[in-house]
Write a protein that binds this ligand. Sequence first.
Ligand code: MF3
Ligand code: CO
Ligand code: CO
Length: 264
Amino acid sequence: MPIILKTRREIEMMRRAGQIGCEILAAMRQAVRIGVTTFELNEIGREMLASRGAIGMSKNYPSYTPGEGYPAETCVSINEEVVHGIPSPRQLKEGDIVTLDLALRFDGYCADTATTVPVGRVSDKVNKLLNVTRDTLAIGIKQIKPGRKWTDIARLMQYNVESNGFNVVREFVGHGVGRSMHEDPKVPNFVTAEQLKGDFKLRAGMTFAVEPMVVIGRRDVHQLPDGWTIVTEDGLPAAHFEHTIAVTDAGADILTDGRAPWGL
Ligand code: MF3
Ligand code: CO
Ligand code: CO
């Protein structure tokens, strides 16, 4: 499928979705504390989406394997869960980290944003994981400029992760965003022969989600029998930060940055 370039008007529509997403994720993040359940965190997202007339794009998202669609409005993933954790009665405890991922559509246009939050005090290693993953997203975004090849940016993101002793998950990548949550192109956080083949040059009007997933240990992951939750093979923690951006002549315009307390 071709990459769909957006007009300035469409980018403003996406910014509206992005600001709602950012506001909701900030509220969910504020509710993170010892004892809260991931169901309760999703409830905040579900209610705020409804009150703003926005649609959570995860809900009923079709499964790769035959079965039911994704059952909630947001993805809430704890510790070794990398992405697509399903909200549940599980309570967060001190030292956990929790990834909140929200994609929504408002007035026909989507935005997608995620952050990983510590619960109480976390170990130095886990704290470093959060900082490196957040920085990796920032490094990628700062490099965005019309004319650049995406793999040159992905290589810098991968280098930042690996030079800090961590690893980049390979099974999931960023993606174009627009009227749909997922559009072409694929926006990887690492470089392999396959990424070089699918490479693209940045052009003003492109809109996509950049979303590094970083692990402390080995990068191998698998899906739990619930059909959704992706966990690390070695059980070590993972972090995930995501922003939706538009490429402009001046660089990246972060559409999910309204009041994002997790930075950028
Ligand atoms: N928000 C996710 C992304 O960053 C997609 C979630 S789809 C779901 O691309 F069905 F798994 F929820
Ligand atoms: Co995404
Ligand atoms: Co997302």
